[in-house]
Design a binder for this molecule. Structure first.
Ligand code: PRT
Ligand code: ZN
Length: 223
């Protein structure tokens, strides 16, 4: 495969992480010419381009070498490492980025008693994060059923397809609206800069080092 000389960063095309990620890259001195199909954004000035994709595709694109870096939620990165990316070389979380904060939590119906994880034994838990949930259940020695759903996880208990859920929580408003309450936290998440464990030994590697330096400067100012 012909090696690229321009750095390529994958980020979410349209969603919660899009604006803050672009804003952060701009603060790092990067600007992009918006292309018409908006999948690929050519970088002006620095040799850094953007690939705009669904957040779930970002870890795989880095693992395949299609992109050098990605801006993605820790929840998505960790889930990938435990499922589709199990066999691949683990990716590195180069920097936490301080936005997109949320937590992956167990939530149970308001009326269900919950003091400790053992009470989930024999229950069915609906989630879009089967890898992270199974890992957490295993670590805690709890045998529970995992029901994998692509979305609308919060209505599963009302539909009778699960007894509890494992989903992302930010304000907690969605849980309240669905008569659920947060019972346990599996993972504290935020957007991270992800990449391979070892940097390429070429201009792209140099550019990544420069970018990390600028990023550290920007993050320091924000603190
Ligand atoms: O299309 P694409 O696949 O790229 O987007 P997406 O719909 O999968 O992702 P998106 O834009 O919803 O979220 C992108 C990332 O933002 C997530 O992977 C998290 O890392 C982060 N993030 C931060 C959140 C939330 N906060 C959040 N609150 N992602 C989702 N939510 C949802 C949650 O799933 C639940 O339905 O919001 C609801 C809970 O919010 P509260 O405030 O009611 O608790
Ligand atoms: Zn997604």
């Amino acid at each position: 495969m012909k090696t690229r000389d321009r750095l390529r960063i994958a980020m979410q095309k349209s969603g919660r992480l899009t604006e803050p990620a672009l804003d952060l890259l701009n603060r790092c001195g990067l600007s992009f010419r918006q292309s018409r199909d908006k999948l690929f954004c050519f970088g002006e000035g620095e040799p850094v381009d953007l690939l705009l994709v669904r957040d779930d595709d970002i870890p795989g694109l880095i693992a395949q070498g299609v992109c050098d870096l990605g801006i993605v939620g820790r929840n998505v990165l960790s889930e990938y490492q435990l499922t589709d990316g199990r066999e691949a070389e683990p990716l590195a979380e180069w920097r936490p980025l301080g936005f997109g904060r949320c937590r992956l939590s167990i939530a149970v119906p308001q009326e269900m008693a919950y003091e400790e994880v053992g009470q989930l034994a024999g229950r069915r838990i609906a989630t879009s994060y089967p890898g992270l949930l199974r890992e957490w259940l295993r670590t805690n020695g709890v045998d529970a059923g995992v029901v994998t759903l692509a979305g609308s996880v919060e209505i599963a208990p009302r539909l009778g397809t699960a007894d509890a859920i494992c989903d992302l929580v930010q304000s907690g408003g969605t849980l309240v609206a669905n008569h659920l309450r947060e019972a346990d936290v599996l993972l504290e998440s935020e957007a991270v800069l992800a990449g391979p464990q070892t940097l390429p030994v070429d201009e792209r590697g140099d550019m990544i080092e420069l970018l990390l330096k600028r990023l550290d400067g920007v993050m320091q100012v924000r603190e």
